[in-house]
Design a protein around this ligand. Structure first.
Ligand code: HEM
Length: 559
């Protein structure tokens, strides 16, 4: 009775029209009259797992019961959930050309267009080659200074909160500073969001919220004809998107109008201290000039605005949260910051010297991966390698099948990490192996010596904070340095504590060493958020003046 099934001779499996291919694997799994090709155990998804906003926690429970891979079905929708480094490497690296972004691309296309994250493999190939050189070493070096500069309003605002004893939502503050940083660095736009609110800032958050809402909504109602004119939520979203589009179009036209033709070697060698507009947009326009399509540039900028903002904000938020819960780690990290940076603005060399701070960030990215799930769709039939001991051998996956690759499960599994729920930054200095996981080389700290952070290669794909393979994050080092600078500047000058709110019944109740509870808790959208903000009390650190001095003589802030 399903419209896309073709009539078939009695007793043989149904045939599917091409347009139905995407649904084919799902039908085989759910309407179980025909043999399921993939042989994977099936978890019936509870709607609570989506509704409560912590789907990745539900997926962890099913992983404990079923191993990797397992199928997860929500009504007519189903996914194959992968929680294994060997299978992750197969999909992300070794057979990357057999997979695309599938559902994620469908969800994000109205917002990011053909930007790098949702881009189909053909568009992606061209764009990635043009964007990656933008993140060259001299630019990153210069960006470290810009990160410090963008933190000055945050330092001022925390000073004011400390003086007036005002409780402060640090998640919100970190979101603002990350937005200011991405605006300045990617398209030379001053959001000023730590200190102001504007329609453009509201439009950014509206686009982010919509992207998150869509990724959690099983039925794409926004595709229904006329929905964009009729549904108030969509009308509001579209008008916000227009505000953002207008800003981006103006910036693109401005950059194109003042293009200085240079070749890539000249661009990479230029002295950034003398460059008026060091943004990535400027680089892309100077390199490619008038032949870049405005729409493609708009899509790339929008993608970076969204991809590079909340992710870093989440790292900072959970970093402060874990360090506050673990005072001995906080003492260690602040001692390092005091010794290496003091009251200066941090430099690239400082970031390299602060190894403990970098380990803390690595550990936060392990415990709170952003995003906790990667999404893929199979473009052609494939056979997965065997997962951890006890799971199916050689699962056959069909073209059109949707995948959730649970980075959260991999990062929190005792198969791949010792005491995975413990905040232990120094784990990345110790090797870890598990002979029970066939084909997995384990974690080798020597393999990330000299690098900014422990890479996916050092952990043979059991550590994937920035993904892996050819679609790995382009902003990894940028984000890592941004996190180093922001934490160094904030933790040098301020001490934090959770407000004393007792009450085990509170949403997100969690123990902390002083036996106080605090309403934090986890909630997912595209990244892992707190449930109700990271509300903190802030004090100035004794004996630290809170002075920020830029070595170039530019900025000075008296705390
Ligand atoms: C891709 C994480 C910051 C731009 C990705 C992916 C992950 C990730 C996991 C791979 C997605 C997939 O395979 O489906 C993070 C985290 C960040 C961060 C945890 C911060 C801590 C940034 C920043 C930028 C950025 C700052 C830009 C300035 C991108 C882009 C892609 C990407 C453009 C798509 C790459 C491609 O498909 O070629 N990111 N990201 N990210 N990220 Fe990031």
């Amino acid at each position: 009775s399903l419209p896309f099934l073709q009539p078939t001779p009695q007793g043989s499996p149904p045939q599917f029209s091409d347009s139905a291919l995407i649904f084919k694997s799902n039908i085989e799994q759910i309407y179980g009259d025909y043999p399921s090709y993939d042989l994977c155990p099936m978890a019936e998804g509870a709607l609570d797992d989506i509704a409560s906003g912590t789907m990745f926690i539900g997926l962890q429970r099913y992983f404990d019961d079923n191993g990797s891979p397992y199928k997860l079905c929500f009504g007519p929708k189903s996914f194959l959930v992968i929680s294994d480094p060997v299978q992750a490497k197969h999909i992300l690296k070794e057979n990357n050309d057999k997979y695309d972004k599938g559902l994620l691309a469908e969800i994000l296309e109205p917002i990011m267009g053909k930007g790098l994250i949702p881009a189909d493999p053909e568009t992606w190939k061209v764009r990635r080659k043009q964007i990656v050189p933008g993140f060259h070493k001299a630019w990153l070096n210069h960006m470290v200074g810009l990160f410090g500069y963008c933190n000055v309003p945050l330092i001022k605002s925390l000073s004011a909160a400390a003086e007036s004893n005002t409780e402060i939502d640090m998640e919100e503050k970190f979101c603002s500073v990350a937005l200011d940083i991405i605006g300045k660095s990617v398209f030379n736009y001053d959001f000023g969001s730590v200190t102001t609110e504007s329609p453009v800032i509201k439009a950014v958050y509206s686009a982010l919220l919509e992207a998150e809402h869509r990724s959690m909504t099983p039925a794409p109602y926004w595709d229904i004809p006329l929905a964009n004119q009729v549904v108030p939520r969509l009308r509001k979203f579209n008008s916000d998107l227009k505000i953002l589009d207008d800003v981006l179009t103006d910036l693109i036209n401005l950059a194109k109008g003042s293009r200085q033709v240079e070749d890539i070697a000249e661009l990479e060698a230029r002295n950034y201290a003398e460059v008026k507009d060091p943004s990535l947009l400027r680089f892309l326009v100077d390199m490619r000039g008038a032949d870049i399509d405005n729409k493609q540039l708009r899509d790339d900028l929008m993608t970076m605005l969204i991809a590079g903002h909340e992710t870093t904000a989440a790292v900072l938020t959970w970093g402060l949260f874990e360090l506050t819960r673990n005072p001995e780690m906080m003492a260690k990290v602040t001692a390092e910051i005091d010794e290496v940076v003091g009251d200066r603005m941090p430099t690239m060399e400082d970031c390299m010297k602060m190894k403990f701070l970098r380990l803390v960030i690595a550990e936060i990215l392990r415990m709170y991966p952003e995003p906790p799930l990667l999404i893929r769709r199979c473009r052609t039939d494939d056979v997965l390698p065997r997962g951890r001991e006890g799971n199916v051998e050689g699962a056959r996956v069909k073209r059109g099948m949707d995948f959730f690759l649970s980075v959260y499960n991999i990062h929190r599994s005792p198969d791949f990490w010792e005491e995975p729920d413990k905040f232990d930054p120094e784990r990345f200095t110790r090797p870890f192996q598990n002979p029970k996981v066939e084909g997995w080389a384990g974690f080798d700290p020597k393999k990330w010596e000299g690098r900014l952070y422990p890479t996916e290669t050092a952990a043979d794909f059991a550590y994937l904070p920035f993904g892996g393979g050819s679609r790995k994050c382009v902003g990894d080092e940028f984000a890592y340095l941004e996190s180093c600078v922001t934490l160094a500047m904030v933790l040098r000058r301020f001490e934090f504590d959770f407000p004393e709110r007792l009450g085990k019944g509170e949403v997100g109740y969690d123990e902390h060493p002083k036996n106080l509870s605090h309403p934090v808790g986890m909630r997912t959208g595209a990244t892992i958020h707190t449930r109700q903000g990271l509300k903190m009390n802030v004090r100035k650190r004794a004996g630290v003046e809170g002075v920020v001095v830029d070595q170039g003589g530019g900025i000075e802030v008296k705390g």
